[in-house]
Design a protein around this ligand. Structure first.
Ligand code: MLT
Ligand code: ZN
Length: 479
């Protein structure tokens, strides 16, 4: 995006103070070092910043935020910078500083009896999963960017992902939080209690606030026993309705064993097979629609394989599954998940795309896929409709890839038209315009329409009470 604002440099005295707090290792000021922190993963927004501050402890983070507050300089908290909505990019005028949590990457405690993980914000989700697995536990949060995304950002955006159908979103996994408030005070709410009714639930205020109320520096997360039986199947299905029917059958049989139930369109799978290395379809032929099912249980000899086989055999007999393959080992499991997880990357390589991270009641997912697809094709003939995602929780990434050969910028210039076209269908189906990616810089313009009136007024009142000078991640969430 072009920089139209005149530069507003950060006072040199503040940078000197910050250096005295975090040391040379903790402060990046060379444009070649800071550039990557000023642009989002999708390359939709390019900001500018005079410095990236990288504290190594909560105390340092608090001193940094206090110094910035005293100087009246805004702070943009940043984790792995994998936001889909530009949630962690600084402004274009250079007036904001990026606060990277990457050096706060310690696992502070893991209790396999309490089933809790106390962890700092800069630990990647993958490292957190591995720490849990090393103690025979499961951290049941899984997203495509887990190797890069960090716990702080995951919580600040209330990430969802593949396991929401069973364990809920990031918010459902948080027992405690440690937060640096906009004035530099530290709120230590790192409790690991399963019951704690003591007035307003403050931790849930910061989860999903996208860094607009404070900086999450550590958290206590819920763990679960590690599954010992896991089964993964990839199915070719004749329609989105058939995929939903299949989900319902698994749910009625044993809802508690469904670890993930994902939908993919034929168009999305084709892009993966075309653009992603090592992507190979383990079915005899391509299909118009696919379902990926993962079952898991910590119960030994639970017979998940037999469950999977018998439900799929019946589904084939009933014509709701055309073909299916079951993974025989962990590498086949990973190969099937690779086809699902590389959808975003494949779309990126296929050119410009407009993402609609939307949710509807699970029962209405097929109608969403049909109606929104028809509406987008009517809006722009040739547009490639690539819906995929978390069918089991009703969150579909209703993404649209540019028509082949169209100019990318011309396509992106129509982004609001496309988003509004999908949004109309979503609204009609009682859904949400923002399921798991958050609002960031991309969607604030939609807030008055979707969350206006008392809801937005209440959010503004909370923001004003906690961050009256608007120094925490300005320009995000609020229009
Ligand atoms: C995913 O589930 O892969 C991401 O949230 C999706 C996206 O690219 O929209
Ligand atoms: Zn997703």
């Amino acid at each position: 995006m072009p920089d139209t604002n005149s530069p507003r440099p950060v006072p040199a005295a503040l940078l000197a103070t910050l250096r005295s707090i975090v040391g040379d290792r903790g402060l990046l000021t060379a444009p070649s070092d800071t550039a990557a922190y000023a642009e989002d993963w999708r390359r939709l927004y390019r900001g500018r910043t005079d410095a990236v501050i990288r504290p190594a402890s909560t105390r340092e983070a608090a001193e940094v935020v206090r110094a910035c507050a005293e100087a009246g300089v805004a702070v943009v908290p940043q984790g792995g910078n994998t936001s889909m909505v530009g949630g962690a990019v600084p402004a274009e005028d250079g007036s904001e500083l990026v606060l990277s949590l990457a050096r706060m990457n310690r696992v502070r405690d893991l209790d396999p009896v309490d089933l809790t993980l106390t962890i700092e914000a800069g630990v990647t989700l993958k490292a957190a999963q591995d720490a849990a697995a090393a103690q025979g536990c499961l951290l049941p949060l899984s997203i495509g960017s887990e190797g890069t995304a960090q716990i702080g950002g995951i919580l600040a955006t209330n990430a969802g992902g593949n396991n929401t159908v069973r364990y809920g979103n990031a918010r459902d996994l948080v027992l405690g939080l440690e937060v640096v408030l906009p004035d530099g005070r530290i709120w230590n709410g790192l409790r690991r209690l399963r019951k704690d009714n003591t007035g307003y639930c403050l931790r849930q205020l910061f989860v999903g606030a996208e860094g607009t109320l404070g900086v999450i520096t550590a958290a206590v997360l819920k763990l679960f026993p590690q599954p010992v039986e896991v089964e993964v199947a990839l199915c070719a299905v004749p329609s989105p309705e058939a995929a939903l029917d299949l989900f319902t059958r698994f749910q009625r049989h044993d809802a508690a064993s469904i670890q993930a139930f994902e939908y993919m369109s034929g168009a999305g799978m084709d892009l993966v097979l075309r653009h992603i290395d090592n992507a190979r379809l383990p079915l005899a032929q391509t299909a118009a629609h696919y379902a990926l099912i993962e079952l898991a249980t910590p119960r030994p000899q639970a017979g998940l394989r037999a469950t999977m086989e018998s439900l799929l055999a019946q589904a084939m007999e009933d014509g709701i599954v055309d073909d299916a393959v079951l993974a025989e080992n962990t590498s086949q499991r990973a190969a099937i998940w690779h086809l699902r997880e590389e959808h975003s990357e494949a779309q990126k390589r296929a050119g410009a795309s407009v993402k609609n991270d939307v949710s509807v009641p699970v029962s209405r997912v097929p109608e969403l896929i049909r109606r929104a697809g028809a509406a987008c094709t009517a809006l722009m003939p040739g547009i490639r409709v690539v819906p995929f995602g978390h069918m089991g929780d009703g969150n579909i990434h209703f993404n649209l890839a540019q028509p082949e050969g169209m100019d990318a910028a011309a396509f992106l210039a129509r982004d609001h038209d496309i988003m509004d076209t999908v949004g109309e269908v979503v609204r009609d189906l009682d859904g949400s315009f923002s399921a798991e990616h958050g609002i960031g810089k991309l969607k604030p313009y939609m807030m008055p329409d979707w969350r206006g009136g008392a809801e937005l007024e209440l959010m503004r009142a909370i923001k004003h009470a906690v961050d009256p000078r608007n120094l925490m991640n300005p320009g995000k969430i609020f229009p």
